[in-house]
Design a protein around this ligand. Sequence first.
Ligand code: BMA
Length: 331
Amino acid sequence: MSKLIGPALPNIPWQDKPEGCQDPVWRYSNNPIIGRHHTPISNSIFNSAVVPFKDGFAGVFRCDDKNIYMNIYVGFSKDGINWDISTEPIKFEGDPEITRREYRYDPRVCYLDGKYYITWCNGYHGPTIGIGWTEDFETFHQMENIFLPYNRNGVLFPRKINGEYMMLSRPSDTGHTPFGDIFCSRSKDLTYWGKHRYVFGAAGAWQSKKVGPGPCPIETDEGWLLIYHGVINTCNGFVYRMGVALLDKDEPWKVKERSGWYIMGPEEIYELAGDVPGVTFPCAALCDSETGRIAIYYGAADTVTGLAFTTVDELMNHLKNHPFRPEADPV
Ligand code: BMA
């Protein structure tokens, strides 16, 4: 039995693993939980982040409107399943040079030092990592961009490690990047970032084109569990699946284990058909330390939002039973 470190979350959305299911992750039976026309302005709502807030949940949602302008919107829910999402994009207070929006997408939300930090892919002469914070999901403050362009998938750790904030990211290009490895960067103040270390990169088959961090890393007694996306290039384009890795507790750029088998990939019709077919893209995970339950929020086919379930033991067993061992692969 592995232990999740963190608060209990008795109201975590949950369904038990279906009888006979062999997979480490299983889908909510009523997926997708958010459809493409969930709000009057939306073309698609996907790749979004949620956190516990007050007696329910708050979220920051990637919504592409009917112009296909990519932006982020706040939402609230009592149960983590039924969401009330704003039709007005989040407006950030801050220096207009920085808050000027080219595009914003793929948010993550991290509760850290008493504030909710939002990180996202921010258009600033190319994609880079934007960061802002809120205490109440009403007023939002934007800080300086974390990195130079080009970068995507900036994901904060939920606490300082040995006195430093840590962020995973995936340096990229200006387009649909045909490469991508995960790096870890450190900061004393969330403004100046450095000590950039390589974590792990594209390898194997389903994760051979690129890999990027998904939800904020999940603390366990054995290290940080990282759910990530892995991409293969096929004759019909990129296919995005999910994997899991275990990172060292104190030096999280050190990989203790990484999955050889994916934990979930596009199989259901809403994952296979949509604006970008064949994408499952996780951006958030709720955790209940009491039971070890984990609820994963993921974008499906760049169109709708899905919910899936696992537990800390399911993920740890998956790492034990199907570790990444390329040297053992048949040639
Ligand atoms: C990535 C990002 C994601 C998207 C994925 C698949 O580069 O743009 O938002 O889900 O491609 O299209």
